[in-house]
Write a protein that binds this ligand. Sequence first.
Ligand code: XIL
Length: 301
Amino acid sequence: ATTLGASAAASGRYFGTAVAAYKLSDSTYSGILNREFNSVTPENEMKWDATEPTQGQFSYGSADQIVARAKSIGAKVRGHALAWHSQQPGWAQNLSGTALRSAMLNHVTQVATHYKGQIDSWDVVNEAFADGSSGARRDSNLQRTGNDWIEAAFRAARAADPAAKLCYNDYNTDGQNAKSNAVFAMVQDFKSRGVPIDCVGFQSHFNAQSPLPSDYQANLQRFANLGVDVQITELDIEGSGAAQATSFAAATRACLAVTRCNGITVWGIRDSDSWRASGTPLLFDGSGNKKAAYESVLAAL
Ligand code: XIL
């Protein structure tokens, strides 16, 4: 096939991108989106600060625009993210204890209900583990409501939208390390106790300090072996030229080698769309031209 989405679909997978609603009117951006991708993740529009800026008052306009575009091009939607320590509205940042727990669960229920039946996979909980060697949970206002906040969020999401796949999503978990071991133990525990979890997302933001790990495929496989799907959810790789193309192809091949790796999402379309302050970490240049990295991914799919 001649596009990322169609090539991924040939092996039953999707190839997606993060999308910003305000860019949908940019014809270069939209043209590439409509042509190449069969999954979209709202880059910011489904986050807590965007969807519930005032407690109990929900705001879905921008996210709905992205979902409508996805529908019109036959793309899946990855919902991102229901419960996260970052990008919380100010009112939530000021809550704690049972008030915060109830507000979080209500948020999960309301947003998952609004999008019921329209989301392929939800990042129910994002980035809940600490970096480094502790294997501990990240300290956050949500964590301080009790260690069971993650499973409570997953149960609320399942009740609201039983058809959506429910994912745990994180970064620096791409290879085997203390952080991914801790996530692994949580998924194992959830599976053994019947807590609803269907997938694990690996953000896969790579750069010189944090390159594509040599055990990436093995790590994806060990999670898949627990009985969950695995997804590459926010892929970007700093660099340029042949070296960057080689890394993008290796990441793509790692997913394809794992039966339960059912999709890859890059975190933006053109280099100029990247969340990174500088660099050229994506598949299209600032003018929307295909880079070597694009060609290597297409060839690997
Ligand atoms: C980023 C967005 O790309 C930026 O536009 C925003 O300013 C900050 O968040 N991990 C995640 C994503 O799960 O939600 C983040 O997205 C990138 C890191």
